[in-house]
Write a protein that binds this ligand. Sequence first.
Ligand code: ATR
Length: 277
Amino acid sequence: MHNAAFADRGLNWRYLAFEVPPQQLKEAIAGAAAMRFAGLNLTVPHKLLAMELMDELHDSARFWGAVNVIHFEGRTAEGAWRALREFEENPPESVRAVGYNTDADGLANSLKEDLQVELAGARVLLLGAGGAGRAAALKLAAESAAELYLVNRTASKAIALAEEILRKFPAAKVQVGYPAGNVNLVVNATSLGLKSGDELPYDVTRFSLKQAEAVYDVIYRPAETPLLAQASAAGCRTANGLGMLVHQGAKAFEIWTGQAAPLAVMRRAVEQSIYGH
Ligand code: ATR
């Protein structure tokens, strides 16, 4: 999606994948800086490890405790830090790595744009309290969701997450368990639905999709999980996690290039790569 975006914007840039052993992440980042890369994306398990390796952390990375985007900046003769793209004629002698996190914004933007959910004031049932579930819950609280219901197979993790949300957002209304009434949104952040034959990620005896207006599944492969199929049948608006992937990438594109991302181009490239059409 990034190469499609670079082409669309006429940028002579390339996005490449490198497999790096975690024990050499530090050298890999230093090497990319030495080669004057514009930036990097990181994925599991590097997102957490990179927190210790950045010269500077953007608030987004500090808040989420994970780095998925690195932006390299060079020092000007006056001592200010600027994006490397601003140094065309005289490359900087000194470069630093700044860590960002665009995953949570990616989810929020996808919920707003792909599912037309107004997060402020929303009542939300969130399934899953792992890495993805934790980030989703904190982002929903940060976006002023009115009521959050947290459900997880391991209840202690949902309880710990509810406590963390209340520490960071004392005004939030968070409960562990299913809502009695209707919700504006259900988010699946469990891994249930990835494999064919997986059971549904919620307890059908405690909750009905008829209580939900919209359902989001963080999973994007398969394109339609059993949860999304049932949600469509129940009349809910639905979207899968492809939009989150595209939107986190769009934020990264904007950090690296300083330009607005061509979202439709990026989405088409991702769909072609993942679904083959
Ligand atoms: P990720 O970073 O993708 O969120 P994770 O941290 O391993 O991955 O979290 C996986 C989530 O899926 C967790 O909420 C997990 O529930 P537990 O906390 O109880 O492990 C949930 N999950 C995975 N397999 C599950 C299953 N068979 N039934 C119910 N929940 C499951």
